[in-house]
Each structure stands twice: as structure tokens, then as C-alpha cells.
Design a protein around this ligand. Structure first.
Ligand SMILES: C[S@@+](CC[C@H](N)C(=O)[O-])C[C@H]1O[C@@H](n2cnc3c(N)ncnc32)[C@H](O)[C@@H]1O
Length: 255
């Protein structure tokens, strides 16, 4: 019997299909050891996703995809585990591990229920992974369970503002108009087969993180650099230079 929640099953089928579109960017990111984040490649110096003291720490990437972030963590001395819901994404990750001579566990599974004991990790990270595609009511408490007291959770998602301004059609960029109600968003399904995403208001993130045992340390709104480009059609450079289209939440599990 398949016990995966329906949104996890649907997102698994979607990402097994989409995986081929992420091979090339995965290869590029594995080959580059200067972390850049989000759809505009904002430099680590501006974002501060990675703690300085990763060497010897236990880390997990929730929704690792091709696992280039896990590779960055491993090269910084972390004992890293990547979990992803798509076997096809993990196939790319496994091939790139071999090509780059890195070996760390890659689990095929749902980040809402990770097969590791409580307090196994010091650091959890997600970039458009579980933080976008898994149910926050499930994955955030699960991340809290997996982290040791004082452990850090960092994740990058589309900004709340962008979600309010994003047209439903594929390939049409956000405008400067509010196109959808803020209240009651949470579970989002775009027209066509785009799987199930989850988008929370800032208030909802704050309450959920705090209720799950985290203190929030920062919310970083990303701005692309003056010469940044993106392959994604849903937001223009002009828009993203004026308003944040991506945001990074940084939280620490209460001691
Ligand atoms: C956009 S990729 C994230 C990886 C990478 N940071 C990137 O931006 O390409 C999204 C990944 O989240 C994974 N994912 C979706 N739902 C998940 C879940 N419930 N548990 C674990 N991984 C999940 C997908 O399989 C997919 O590989």
C-alpha cells in the first residue's frame, strides 16, 4: 500500500518527469564551488545560507534534487545526507557524485518523514526543495525533530509578494498588480500539471516556525545583482530589482 500523502505522490510523478530539465543546471552547480542562490544566482556573501563552521557537522538537505548544495556542504567538511522525493533527480545526483569523487548518503523519500532518529543533525537546508513542495505543517516540525538543540534551519523560497503578483499562466511574468488573495493561499496548484506547492504568508511562517520549536534569526529578501540573469520566465529582472522575488528564512532550534 502506498502511504505517501497525495501531494507527495503527485509531486513525485512531476519531478520524475521534470528531472531531465535540471540535469544541465545540476552539472553546472556541481562544477562550481562558489555557492550562488536562487533563480538569479545571488552570491553567498549577500545571502549567508551556509554557516562558517560546517566542518565535522551533521547536515541534511531536504529536497536535494541533483544535490549540488549537499556537494558544497560536503566539500566544506560537513557529514551530509540528501533526501529527495524523485528517484530521477537522485539518479543525476548519484552520477555527479561519482564524477566529482564525492560520496554521501542520498535517500529516496519524503522530507515530511525522514528515516533518521531525533536530533541527528546540526544543520538543515532547502532551496526550492521540501520548503516549496512539501506540506509545511509536516516538514517544519520534522526538521525540528531532526535537528539538535541550537541546530539551524535555512530555506529559500519564492517571496510571498511574488506569489501575490504571479499570473497563473505559464511563461507570463509577474506584474506590479496583486492578482490573488493573500488570505487562504497555503496550498497552490497552478493550471496544467505543475504539482502541488505550498506558499505561506510571513505571519504564517513565523507562527509555524515558533510553534515547531524554532527561533527566527533572519529573513533575507534577495535582490539580483545589476548584471544577473535567469532562465525562469515568471519574473523579470526589472521586477526583481524593485521587489524581492525570493526570500531566505533562517531559524535556530531552541536549546
Ligand atoms: C527545484 S528542486 C530543488 C533542488 C535544487 N535546490 C534546485 O533548485 O534545483 C525541487 C526538489 O524537491 C523535491 N521534493 C519535492 N517534494 C519533496 C518531498 N516531499 N520530500 C523531498 N523532496 C521533495 C523534488 O523531487 C525536487 O527534486
Amino acid at each position: 500500500m502506498n502511504e505517501l500523502p497525495e501531494h507527495v505522490q503527485r509531486n513525485r510523478a512531476l519531478w520524475d518527469d521534470w528531472a531531465k530539465k535540471f540535469v544541465e543546471s545540476g552539472e553546472r552547480s556541481w562544477a562550481c564551488d562558489t555557492p550562488k542562490w536562487g533563480i538569479w544566482g545571488v552570491p553567498e556573501l549577500q545571502v549567508g545560507m551556509l554557516p562558517d563552521d560546517l566542518a565535522g557537522k551533521d547536515a541534511i538537505e531536504l529536497g536535494c534534487g541533483t544535490a549540488y548544495i549537499s556537494a558544497w556542504l560536503a566539500r566544506r567538511g560537513a557529514h551530509v545526507v540528501g533526501i529527495d522525493n524523485s528517484e530521477a533527480q537522485l539518479a543525476t545526483a548519484r552520477r555527479l557524485q561519482k564524477e566529482h569523487g564525492l560520496d554521501f548518503p542520498l535517500l529516496h523519500g519524503n522530507a515530511e518523514a525522514v528515516p533518521y532518529p531525533d536530533a541527528s543533525f546540526d544543520f538543515a537546508i532547502s532551496e526550492y526543495g521540501a520548503c516549496l513542495w512539501a506540506d509545511p505543517q509536516r516538514w517544519v516540525p520534522e526538521a525540528a525533530r531532526l535537528l539538535r538543540p541550537g541546530g539551524r534551519l535555512v530555506f529559500l523560497v519564492n517571496s510571498w509578494l511574488l506569489m501575490l503578483c504571479m499570473p497563473p499562466e505559464d511563461d507570463i511574468a509577474a506584474t506590479d498588480r496583486l492578482l490573488r488573495p493573500a488570505f487562504g493561499m497555503y496550498h497552490v496548484e497552478w493550471p496544467g500539471d505543475h504539482g502541488v506547492e505550498f506558499h505561506l504568508s510571513h505571519g504564517d511562517w513565523i507562527r509555524l516556525l515558533r510553534r515547531s520549536g524554532f527561533e527566527i534569526e533572519d529573513l533575507v529578501e534577495l535582490r539580483p545583482g545589476a548584471d544577473a540573469t535567469t532562465r525562469y520566465p515568471f519574473v523579470t529582472f526589472e521586477w526583481a530589482r524593485q521587489w524581492p522575488c525570493e526570500e531566505v528564512w533562517k531559524a535556530r532550534k531552541r536549546a
